[in-house]
Design a protein around this ligand. Sequence first.
Ligand code: 5AD
Ligand code: SF4
Length: 445
Amino acid sequence: MLGMVTMNLYLETYGCQMNVSDSQKIETLFGEEGYQLVSDFHQADLIIINTCSVREKPEQKVFSALGRYLPLKRQNSRLVVAVGGCVAQQWGARLQQKCSGLDIVFGTHAIDVLPAMVREVRNTCLPQLDTAFRSAIPSLDIIPRYAAGTLTAFVTIMQGCNNYCSYCIVPYVRGREYSRPSDSIIAEIRQLAKNGIREVILLGQNVNSYGLQTAGELNFPQLLARVNEIHGIERIRFTTSHPKDLSDELIAAFVELDHLCPQFHLPLQSGSDRILERMGRGYSTAEYFDKVERLRQVCPEIAFSSDMIIGFPGESAEDFQKTVDMIRRVRYDTVYSFKYSPRPGTRAVSFPDQVEEAVKKERLRIFQTLQDEITSKNLRKLEGTTQEILVNGPAKRGGDQWVGRTPTNQIVNFSSDENFTGQTMTVRITRALRHSLKGDIVQHG
Ligand code: 5AD
Ligand code: SF4
């Protein structure tokens, strides 16, 4: 009888695109169990928090969220509360000791067993914990169900990381690198294309090393070539790359593969070789810049984005200046920049020369002001050009306004009396705004 009743799921997600993708899978699994998604947590029978621990701030958000949700169990005895993702992986049983009443802690390899854990709690009222690392990760093969009309899908191709950069918690909470079999990836994307998906974003902590640990598996450029052949997929993007693993073969893919978008997220982290060395990144700024230039030679319109850590231990004013110089040289479209955040268990926590909070804060402000100027300048350069945009749908502010994206992933707003959602159109860029563009239709279809 229980299976017939619709129950309410409130799902809260922090962090990266992989967490967003994991939440889409969780939503799909619970859809099959008879749960519908609600936006008001007061109505929930099940609350799931999918967490991130890459920096301290998103980690803190988990504890304040639990402070909000756990007291609700006093009024609603049916309510089950679960915490998953990177914080759950890291804290494990300690999370249930610290937060009494927390029913479920599920790690980054346990998404597929989560519905069974919820059923177990409902049957036995006993808390459940699963933070085991699996050698193959079953949840990678869960295909999320997308709402009709969805154009873009995330496809996880690998998970985990073997790099152990000195600041980073990811290898400890996502586990060692595991590449999903290419047959399963191709089958999923074929299915997505049949269901109307036009753009795929291939996800992994380091997609460049896809397949390298598995005998007989395709490597990343070979996988891209296979995806490029799938009928109906017009745009292929991927994230994240490690500069040291960016191969000549991948650079050549930007010439050879017509559906591969001219966009590259290539985290630099610091513009100082001394700091890169201490981070354990395995490349110099010269090697990085050489790869950027070679990509620009084969694909002049390519747009770069990056992650940057400001105030890593030992970062002097001179090191910081080198980071600033580097963003001027590369001219990124977007940089996701954060103050260095000490993470328990990583090597950099015990580096003696931690940078003062106020210094980090000031450097971040200077950095972001400059990057904003570079972003605006790049957008202004597009004024007067024509761009092929894939139309995503109506703009948030409604009316006759619509929104699409360029191959380089810039947002373009335009007006039209007709609905061209899902179509590729040519627009002339008329104006650059702070983070987006305005355009006029030149041609559609
Ligand atoms: N402090 C600040 N930023 C970090 N990142 C990873 N670990 C830390 C940390 N301890 C950033 C890196 C990475 C992105 C996902 O998060 O820039 O590329
Ligand atoms: Fe973290 Fe470095 Fe792995 Fe990226 S490559 S996930 S920064 S350890």
